[in-house]
Design a protein around this ligand. Structure first.
Ligand code: ZN
Length: 204
C-alpha cells in the first residue's frame, strides 16, 4: 500500500476521491458542460505517489493541480498539494463513448502528492499555485470553486464513506496542460498570502 505523509506521520489512504469540473474557467478550457450534479471519480491507493513520473507507453499526459485534503472522522484533518494526472486523449475517447475513466485517471502514479500539514482552520481563503520550470501555469482557490470543500464532503457521504486517511481532491483551475520528463514542478498551497505547503517535483 502507498503512503502519504502528514508532517512525519505515514498514512495509507484507501482511496482518493476526486471531483471533476469544479472551476468554471477549467470547464470552459475543455469545452465541457457545467454539470447539474457533482461529478466524482476515485483513484485507488495504487495510484498514489510522492514522485512525479511521466506514464510509460503514452505520448502525452496532462497535469491538474488541486487543493487536496486528508479526511479523518469525516472532517478535514490536513491539506496538501496534489496532481491529478490525466491521459487526456484516452479520457476524451472514453467520454465520447460514455465509458468509465479509470484508464485515463486511475493508472499507477496518477495521484501525486506533496507532504500534508495538519489543518483545522477555515478553507475559504485556500488557494493552489503550480509553477513549471519557473513559470506560473495554474492559480485558483476555494473562492472560484463551484462546489466548496465542505459541501463536496457532505455530498460524497450521501453515497460513499470516507475511511480515515482518504484524500479528497477538489478540482483544478484553468491552465492544465502537457508536461515532459525533466520538467520541474513547484506546487504551493496558500492560505491568504501565507504559504502552507510548498513542494518541488522533478519529472522522472
Ligand atoms: Zn482533476
Amino acid at each position: 500500500m502507498n503512503n502519504i505523509l502528514i508532517d512525519d506521520k505515514e498514512i495509507k489512504p484507501s482511496k482518493v476521491v476526486c471531483i471533476g469540473r469544479n472551476y468554471v474557467d477549467h470547464i470552459k478550457e475543455l469545452n465541457n458542460e457545467t454539470p447539474d450534479n457533482m461529478v466524482f471519480f476515485n483513484k485507488p491507493n495504487s495510484s498514489i505517489s510522492q514522485e512525479l513520473r511521466f506514464p510509460k507507453n503514452f505520448s502525452s499526459c496532462h497535469y491538474e493541480a488541486e487543493i487536496s485534503f486528508v479526511i479523518e472522522e469525516n472532517s478535514i484533518s490536513a491539506v496538501g498539494f496534489g496532481l491529478d494526472l490525466t491521459l487526456r486523449e484516452v479520457q476524451s475517447k472514453l467520454k465520447d463513448k460514455g465509458l468509465p475513466w479509470e484508464r485515463a485517471k486511475a493508472f499507477d502514479g496518477s495521484a501525486v502528492f506533496s507532504h500534508f500539514v495538519p489543518f483545522n482552520d477555515s478553507v475559504d481563503d485556500l488557494s493552489v499555485e503550480l509553477y513549471i520550470n519557473g513559470e506560473l501555469k495554474q492559480k485558483g482557490g476555494v473562492d472560484l470553486m463551484i462546489n466548496k470543500p465542505l459541501d463536496i464532503i457532505k455530498e460524497v457521504r450521501t453515497f460513499m464513506s470516507f475511511e480515515d486517511g482518504d484524500i479528497l481532491m477538489t478540482g483544478t483551475p484553468s491552465g492544465v496542460g502537457k508536461y515532459v520528463v525533466g520538467d520541474i514542478f513547484v506546487g504551493k498551497i496558500l492560505k491568504g498570502d501565507k504559504v502552507l505547503v510548498e513542494a518541488r517535483f522533478e519529472t522522472l
